[in-house]
Design a protein around this ligand. Structure first.
Ligand code: ADP
Ligand code: MG
Length: 270
């Protein structure tokens, strides 16, 4: 199992979190641009990954996590990433979100070659276009629920950040917890704050790591409704890591990972 550091101890900006939860990732690794031999972008796909390879850890702990992954996600599509624990799902999500740079391979998001962006440009791109829900929430512990959700809006210079944050928190059923700190919230409530924070800036792409993993069934359903409303009403593209067969069935398609490889794309039965 991977160790999770709290990235916001050092960096209170959820949009520019550099490590994606990987304990050994660091800024210089993240800041290293990939070679860009062919600048022409496959713009028809929202996310286009080709031949992604990534190893993590050092010495004896080094693991070849992603092994030649190629995957396209179409605009407005909902893809469920499934597979056994340790197969590389969370890592692949971080690569798609530009939080982890691969050792080799190319990533285009909405036609932009992420490997061609330096760290600042990548952070701006993420802040504008990608909402991220981490498995371990990564809320800022010294900020209230309202302040956590308002943060990405303020960073995007939205004038009514607190009002919009309140609306998003009400939508996830947390209108009565606006001024609570993360430590005063249950796991499920923290998960909902994290989801409200990811959704608030109205991202074109939302990636979420086991978004219903810590929730009871009723709350899980509410969250799923919210995620799919984002897809239905705003045309957002969703990539969801999940062990929940009900959630996987709602996706247009599931992609199964095994030992860092795509096993087989499975069309969802109607
Ligand atoms: P999943 O989300 O499918 O459970 P992960 O992407 O979290 O899988 O991890 C895939 C594999 O990579 C696991 O074997 C894990 O131990 C390993 N791994 C993940 N992060 C690191 C790291 N920072 N250092 C070493 N190994 C890692
Ligand atoms: Mg995982």
């Amino acid at each position: 199992m991977r160790l999770h550091t709290d990235p916001f101890d050092h960096n209170p900006d959820p949009c520019i979190h550099p490590a994606g939860g990987h304990a050994d990732a660091n800024c210089s690794q993240i800041g290293r641009p990939l070679k860009s031999d062919n600048p022409s972008a496959p713009t028809a796909q929202t996310i286009a990954l080709s031949d992604i390879d990534l190893s993590l850890g050092r010495g004896a702990a080094r693991v070849h996590v992603l092994r030649g992954i190629s995957l396209d996600v179409a605009p407005g599509e909902a893809v469920g990433l499934v597979g056994p624990s340790g197969s590389g799902k969370s890592t692949l999500l971080m690569v798609m979100a530009g939080l982890e740079r691969p050792d080799s391979g190319r990533i285009f998001v909405e036609g932009t070659d992420l490997g061609s962006l330096d760290e600042d440009a990548l952070a701006r791109f993420r802040g504008r276009r990608i909402g991220i829900v981490f498995q371990a929430f990564h809320l800022v512990p010294t900020m209230t629920a309202l302040e956590n959700v308002a943060l990405p809006l303020e960073l995007a210079d939205q004038p009514d950040a607190h009002r919009r944050a309140q609306v998003e928190l009400e939508a996830v059923g947390l209108g009565h917890r606006l001024h609570h700190y993360p430590a005063q919230l249950s796991g499920g409530e923290q998960q909902r704050v994290a989801i409200a924070r990811a959704i608030a800036p109205d991202p074109a792409i939302l990636v979420a790591d086991e978004p219903t993993g810590n929730l009871d069934e009723a709350t899980g359903r509410q969250i799923v409704d919210l995620l799919f409303a984002l897809k239905r009403d705003r045309g957002a593209t969703l990539v969801l890591v999940t062990h929940d067969p009900g959630l996987a069935r709602l996706c247009d398609r599931t992609v199964r990972l095994r030992s860092g490889r795509v096993e087989a794309p499975v069309p969802v039965q109607a």
